[in-house]
Design a protein around this ligand. Structure first.
Ligand code: ADP
Ligand code: ZN
Length: 220
C-alpha cells in the first residue's frame, strides 16, 4: 500500500504523515529528511542537494527520482512525504510502481492558504535527532518544554530554509511545479483534498482523523 502526501511546504505533510504511518504500518519516506541527512553526513548527494535546498529550489528530478527509488524498492507499505513534486517525478513514480506491482491507494492533499503557510513555517522548529524528526511550532503547536522535543528529549532547531524569503521562494515553486499534480491525481481518481484552518485548536487530530477516514473508505 502506497500513500502520497501532497501540499505546500509547511502544510503539515510530515506531522500528519507520521500519524498515518502509525495507523497503517507504513514506512515514512520524506525526501526533505533524506536530503538533510545526506547534507549532515556530507555525502556526494548531500553536497549536490544542498546548493538547491539552501536557495529554496527543487533538487533536479534525475537526482531525486533515483534517490527515492533506491529508498523504496524493497518496501511494501510506504507513505511518500514530499515526493512527487513535479509532473516528471509523478510519471517516473507511476512507471516504477507498475514495474514493481505496487498500488497507490490515495493522494492526500493538504490545502492551506499561502498567508497561513508563511506564518506557520516561520515559527516551525524540528527535532535535531534524525531518527525522530518530529516537528513543532512555537506559536501553533508548542512543545511541552521550550526547545526540547516531546517525543525523544533532543534539542529542537530551526531549519535553515525556514526563513520568510526562502519560504516565499518555496511557495512560488510549489505553485508553479507541484500544484499541477492536484489535477494530475484528480484525473487518476486518487485525490483526497483536506482544507486546513491553522487556527483550529485540535487541527492535527482532526486532519489526521479525516485523512485516515478517507484512506479507509478507498481501501474497502
Ligand atoms: P517542505 O515540504 O517543508 O518544503 P521538505 O523537507 O519536504 O520541506 O523539503 C525541503 C527541500 O528539499 C525542498 O525545498 C527541496 O529543495 C528539496 N526537496 C524535497 N523533496 C523534493 C523533491 N521531491 N524534488 C525536488 N526537491 C525536493
Ligand atoms: Zn525528537
Amino acid at each position: 500500500m502506497y500513500i502520497i502526501m501532497l501540499g505546500a511546504p509547511g502544510s503539515g505533510k510530515g506531522t500528519i504523515g507520521a500519524e498515518i504511518c502509525n495507523e497503517f504500518g507504513l514506512k515514512h519516506v520524506a525526501t526533505g529528511d533524506i536530503f538533510r541527512n545526506e547534507i549532515k553526513n556530507q555525502t556526494e548527494l548531500g553536497k549536490k542537494a544542498s546548493e538547491y535546498i539552501s536557495q529554496g529550489k527543487l533538487v533536479p528530478d534525475e537526482i531525486t527520482i533515483a534517490m527515492v527509488e533506491s529508498n523504496i524498492k524493497d518496501l511494501q507499505g510506504v507513505l511518500l512525504d514530499g515526493f512527487p513534486r513535479t509532473t516528471d517525478q509523478a510519471e517516473a513514480l507511476k512507471a516504477f510502481m507498475k514495474e514493481n506491482n505496487k498500488e497507490l491507494v490515495a493522494v492526500i492533499n493538504l490545502n492551506v492558504p499561502d498567508e497561513d503557510i508563511v506564518k506557520r513555517t516561520s515559527s516551525r522548529v524540528i527535532c535535531s535527532n534524525k531518527n525522530c524528526g518530529a516537528s513543532f511550532n512555537t506559536v501553533f503547536m508548542p512543545p511541552k518544554v521550550e526547545g526540547i522535543c516531546d517525543k525523544c528529549g533532543s534539542k529542537l532547531t530551526k531549519r535553515e530554509d525556514d526563513n520568510p524569503d526562502t519560504i516565499r521562494e518555496r511557495l512560488q515553486i510549489y505553485h508553479d511545479q507541484t500544484e499541477p499534480l492536484i489535477e494530475y491525481y484528480k484525473n487518476e481518481e486518487l485525490l483526497e483534498t483536506i482544507d486546513i484552518d491553522i487556527y483550529i485548536e485540535d487541527i492535527k487530530e482532526r486532519t489526521t482523523a479525516e485523512a485516515i477516514k478517507r484512506i479507509n473508505e478507498r481501501n474497502h
